[in-house]
Design a protein around this ligand. Structure first.
Ligand SMILES: C[S@@+](CC[C@H](N)C(=O)[O-])C[C@H]1O[C@@H](n2cnc3c(N)ncnc32)[C@H](O)[C@@H]1O
Length: 358
């Protein structure tokens, strides 16, 4: 019943977007939640790793986390446990996953896997997590360690492979596993190296995704090393703010994950309910400006965003595609997600930020 309701709410989000409604009768269904903004690496493409984060560092109180889950459990399809930091650094990380999944919310995880030792691999597999994306940006040691400063190629690869082997041994269908590789142009690799690296994941990983490196909104706007879209001639209002939201470690609610410095705070969940924040004046104003193309007056952060420049497909803009796919996945399983991404790339009418390899 809840799954059908979530799907219906996503259809409402799409209708609201096309009808230019800015006060929404659909709740957010895809929620990013930040257990902590502390990280153990200094990645060259991340605001956190490059000391561009000026907000206080901290971790979400477990009581606050539980209150959030209790509040959103009737309408949230999934929470993605990671925004700016490494979530495995949170001491109650596994309890967090269990609490959300036992309340009927899918938990999706992005991790650098550096802390995923054997004990944690077992705990993670038993936690109820639905999907794990391993961020591993490089086909060889040189590339990887240049990007993921502070990490060790062999050790982290061993962590990931051990986890995947254990999942196979336990004959578990979930979590759905993704090897996420950012296409940073640093260092060289041969085709042979790439193939032998990827071969190690054969029959172990569900999906290998090559991803575009973004300028994290306008955070890295002064570099030309990362991707951004020039919006001349093409513009699709960001539909993420019609169906997703983000809750930072201190309870600040922001419109999107690129608010690493909590640039545009809509409210704080300790003071207001999420559904009140979802339709408050600040977000309504942002939606309006998005439709009118005046969003830079409200949030300069959107300036270089790759989401704005990602094409609409079959009338479905990229933000709602993400949440709609997530809602359909609830009903027919994870293979749909892979199929949807594959299909999107086949129909390619512009630039997409992810390509699935297998
Ligand atoms: C900021 S990280 C935090 C999670 C985890 N600590 C990690 O290292 O992956 C969340 C996701 O953002 C991705 N990411 C980091 N910098 C990026 C950039 N400039 N463009 C696109 N994705 C980026 C990572 O690959 C990861 O999948």
């Amino acid at each position: 019943m809840k799954k059908a309701k979530i799907l219906f709410n996503n259809i409402k989000a799409l209708r609201n977007y096309h009808q230019h409604r800015i006060e929404l009768n659909n709740p957010p269904s895809f929620i990013w939640l930040e257990p902590t903004n502390h990280c153990n690496l200094k990645c060259i493409m991340c605001p956190n790793g490059t000391d561009m984060v000026n907000v206080q560092k901290g971790r979400m109180e477990y009581e606050l986390y539980k209150n959030i889950i209790d509040e959103i459990k009737d309408y949230a399809s999934s929470i993605t446990l990671a925004i700016g930091g490494e979530s495995m650094m949170h001491s109650e990380f596994f309890d967090m996953i269990k609490y959300a999944s036992s309340n009927g919310i899918k938990v999706l995880l992005n991790t650098n896997a550096t802390l995923l030792n054997r004990e944690k691999a077992d705990l993670l597999l038993e936690s109820g997590v639905s999907s794990v994306s391993f961020a591993f940006d490089g086909f060889n040691k040189e590339m990887y360690e240049k990007a993921r400063v502070g990490s060790n190629f062999d050790k982290t690869l061993e962590n990931i492979l051990y986890f995947l082997e254990l999942k196979k041994k336990k004959m578990l269908k979930l979590p759905y596993t993704v090897l996420s590789i950012l296409m940073l142009e640093i260092g060289n690799y041969t085709e042979e190296e790439k193939c032998s690296f990827l071969k190690r994941f054969n029959n172990l990983i569900d999906e290998v995704r090559l991803r575009e490196v973004s300028t994290w909104g306008n955070t890295f706007k002064d570099t030309d090393e990362f991707s951004f879209r020039k919006h001349n001639g093409f513009f699709a209002p960001c539909s993420r703010i019609w169906s997703t939201t983000c809750i930072m470690w201190n309870g600040d609610v922001v419109p999107c994950i690129y608010n690493a410095n909590h640039e545009y705070v809509l409210g704080n969940i300790k003071d207001n309910g999420l559904l009140d924040i979802w339709n408050n004046q600040k977000i309504v104003q942002l939606r309006k400006s998005m439709l009118e193309g005046t969003y830079l007056d409200i949030s300069p952060l959107c300036e270089n965003c790759i989401v704005l420049g990602t094409p609409t497909m079959l009338g479905i803009p990229s933000g709602i595609r993400l949440t709609l796919t997530d809602a359909v996945t609830n009903i027919i399983g994870y293979n749909f997600e892979k199929f949807a991404l594959y299909f999107a790339n086949k129909l390619k009418r512009g630039k997409f930020s992810s390509v699935t390899l297998n």
